[in-house]
Design a protein around this ligand. Structure first.
Ligand code: SAH
Ligand code: SF4
Ligand code: F3S
Length: 443
């Protein structure tokens, strides 16, 4: 590659949004490393800034617009700075982002292989560059991500891209395109590389992992193959869709001790009327049956969820159905959001966004309060029990304490006493808060 740099050009990659974006940033770094870029952590030293964006809710996009204002100042000081917007917001807004004075380059989630060419064209003086083509095949399967995760314990591996569901509120099918599963062998190769590099936990990622299918290999078989690579390496995955989650996957989880006993199973609403309008293609009853089956097959499995308050037409009675479902399931943790209308989605085109903002917020606060109680109860039930935890690093509060997670994905803190990140220890739970188990090491 010809360039004007006398030393290697430095790239800063800022990542917003979900775990898939974190992994995509690692793929982008791998692609740019091949053409000579080195990673840099400070905006003031970067030659190129890439902002890997999220479009899931309006506030996610507002935050990114705020970041662009920050880089506008930086660029005033150093006009040679190149600023690129990549990821889901790039895909959603396309050319509109190029109108932003600070943005030189826009690339969507399936266009990352084209980044070196786009950057070269920019440097050659061809003006602002854009590629937002979506693909039916791209999985970046042959690219080994360059890991940026500072803890060095958990490695994300994307097993599929895109989404074929059309949940009516959701922008993801438009920003990430059609669902495609990645070659099973390339997933196993990447997992093997991560294990050889010392990673202790593999986290398999997809918008709907249960619909993974590559040739004869479905998600249950893939899980088993990854788990068999090393009994001392944990396997996690996200996200499961209640309509597709099969008993076969549950039985596979139960059969392998190193597959973590945690399922993230977004419910979105406890009201059948809302689920129908959301086009989730499952009912409240179906969801509860799946939960019962998880508990039957794995009594020690934790269950977490996502929920939206104030979706189009949601009545107080619909919302109470959600509260009731939360009490019935007793989720261990939840991500809770108020509905944010996304341009171009089915909901935006067909249903008025008619729940007043103050009602959305009030319902959100009520469900957060309920979940806090449920999380506190779930953690209290663990007091006195012992768990094997994988240590991720120091606790947030002090370097005298370590933080690790149980198989159920609960955060434990305990005195360091000579242990270090990446090790497994057995702890006993002495006390708890809604967010943390306070423990001592027993071996
Ligand atoms: N594929 C995953 C979810 C990905 S998005 C699944 O189907 O479960 C993560 C979460 O963001 C969703 O589960 C949903 O709760 C929330 N979300 C998505 N679109 C939203 C919107 N328009 N407003 C508010 N929350 C939304
Ligand atoms: Fe969005 Fe639904 Fe796909 Fe999840 S399954 S990414 S909520 S469309
Ligand atoms: Fe956001 Fe895109 Fe992930 S919209 S949540 S970054 S798939």
């Amino acid at each position: 590659m010809s360039n004007n740099y006398t030393i290697a050009p430095r790239v800063l990659i800022e990542t917003y949004g979900c775990q898939m974006n974190v992994n995509d940033s690692e793929v982008v770094l791998a692609i740019l490393s091949k053409v000579g870029y080195v990673l840099c952590k400070e905006a003031s030293l970067a030659d190129l800034v890439l902002i890997n964006t999220c479009a899931i809710r309006d506030n996610a996009e507002q935050r990114i617009l705020g970041r662009l204002d920050f880089f506008r100042l930086e660029k005033k000081r150093r006009p040679s700075l190149v600023v690129g917007v990549i990821g889901c917001m790039a895909e959603r807004l396309k050319e509109k982002l190029l109108d932003h004075p600070v943005v030189d380059l826009v690339a969507g989630p399936d266009a990352y292989r084209d980044l070196p060419r786009l950057l070269e064209a920019l440097r050659a003086g061809d003006g602002k560059q854009i590629n937002t083509l979506l693909s039916h095949e791209e999985t970046y399967g042959d690219i080994s991500p360059v890991r940026m995760d500072p803890n060095g314990v958990s490695a994300y591996i994307s097993i599929m891209r895109g989404c074929n569901n059309v949940c009516s509120y959701c922008v993801v099918p438009y920003t990430r395109g059609a669902e495609r599963s990645r070659d099973c062998d390339s997933i196993l190769r990447e997992a093997r590389e991560a294990i050889d590099a010392g990673y202790k936990e593999i986290i398999l990622l997809g918008q709907n992992v249960d619909s993974y299918k590559f040739g004869e290999v479905g998600f249950a078989q893939l899980l088993a193959r990854v788990a068999e690579l090393s009994p001392s390496v944990r396997v996690r995955f996200s996200t499961s869709h209640p309509k597709d989650m099969k008993d076969e996957v549950l039985l596979t989880m139960a059969a392998y001790p190193n597959i973590c006993k945690h399922i993230h199973l977004p419910v979105q609403s406890g009201s059948n009327a809302m689920l129908e309008k959301m086009r989730r293609r499952h009912t409240r009853e179906w969801y509860l049956e799946r939960v019962a089956r998880i508990r039957e097959i794995m009594p020690d499995c934790s269950i977490t969820t996502d929920v939206i308050t104030g979706f189009c037409g949601e009545t107080e009675a619909d919302f109470e159905d959600t509260l009731r479902l939360f009490r019935q399931v007793r989720f261990d943790a939840a991500f809770m959001f108020q509905y944010s209308e996304r341009p171009g989605t089915l909901a935006q085109r067909h249903y008025p966004d008619d729940v007043p903002p103050e009602v959305k917020t009030e319902r959100l606060n009520r469900i957060i309060a309920l979940q806090n109680e449920l999380s506190a109860e779930s953690n209290r039930r663990d007091v006195g029990r012992e768990f094997e935890v994988l240590i991720e690093g120091f606790s947030k509060r002090s370097t005298a304490d370590l933080m690790g997670r149980t198989s159920q994905n609960k955060a434990c803190v305990f005195p360091a006493a000579g242990h270090a990140k990446g090790e497994y220890v057995t702890v006993r739970v002495l006390d708890s808060t809604p967010a943390t188990l306070i423990c001592e090491v027993v071996e």
